[in-house]
Design a protein around this ligand. Structure first.
Ligand code: OFO
Length: 172
């Protein structure tokens, strides 16, 4: 049976993943309305990926607890129509966000070790690998966009080349 502390921490993480999905979704919508069709597809796909992270946590929690996870609906997760001003700002924000998520995953690992929950520690290894991949992908894209700055041709080519990046659409 899962300890309450672990359960609460995993539910918090599933909410963070839902928030991540909405952050990517908002950015995808901004990119689409500003004509960046490559970037918007990348971000829409990534939004789905974050939703998958949330589902993975919910299904683990349900599988271990028997006590179903109730989903809370919170207004702050609704579409915000945020103005990001540039692709550089989008990738800066994403990189900061992914670093924050990595930090949270680290704290979860520490908690699972402290509580001697080796099942959860093992389950979280998937998220460790995922965060390493995501942080390095977003950093690589941020570096490129910082190099391009306001060069119109560079931005056009960046938008075109991002179409070749495959987001693994995983199955539960
Ligand atoms: Fe971006 O990895 Fe989940 O949040």
């Amino acid at each position: 049976m899962m300890k309450e502390k672990i359960k609460i921490a995993l539910i918090k993480q599933s909410n963070r993943e839902l928030e991540s999905s909405h952050i990517y979704l908002n950015m995808a919508s901004w990119s689409e309305s500003n004509g960046f069709d490559g970037v918007c597809n990348f971000l829409y796909d990534h939004s789905n990926e974050e939703r998958y992270h949330m589902l993975k946590l919910i299904r683990y929690l349900n599988g271990r607890g028997g006590d179903f996870v109730k989903i809370n609906y919170d207004n702050k997760f609704y579409i915000k129509n945020e103005n990001y001003e540039s692709l550089e700002i989008i990738f800066e924000k994403l990189f900061e966000h992914e670093k924050l998520i990595s930090h949270e995953i680290n704290l979860l690992l520490e908690l699972s070790l402290k509580e001697k929950d080796h099942f959860t520690y093992n389950f979280l290894q998937w998220f460790v690998k995922e965060q390493i991949e995501e942080e390095s992908l977003i950093k690589m894209l941020l570096n490129k966009i910082q190099l391009i700055k306001n060069n119109q041709l560079g931005i056009y080519l960046f938008d075109k080349s991002i179409k070749n990046i495959e987001i693994n659409n995983k199955k539960l």
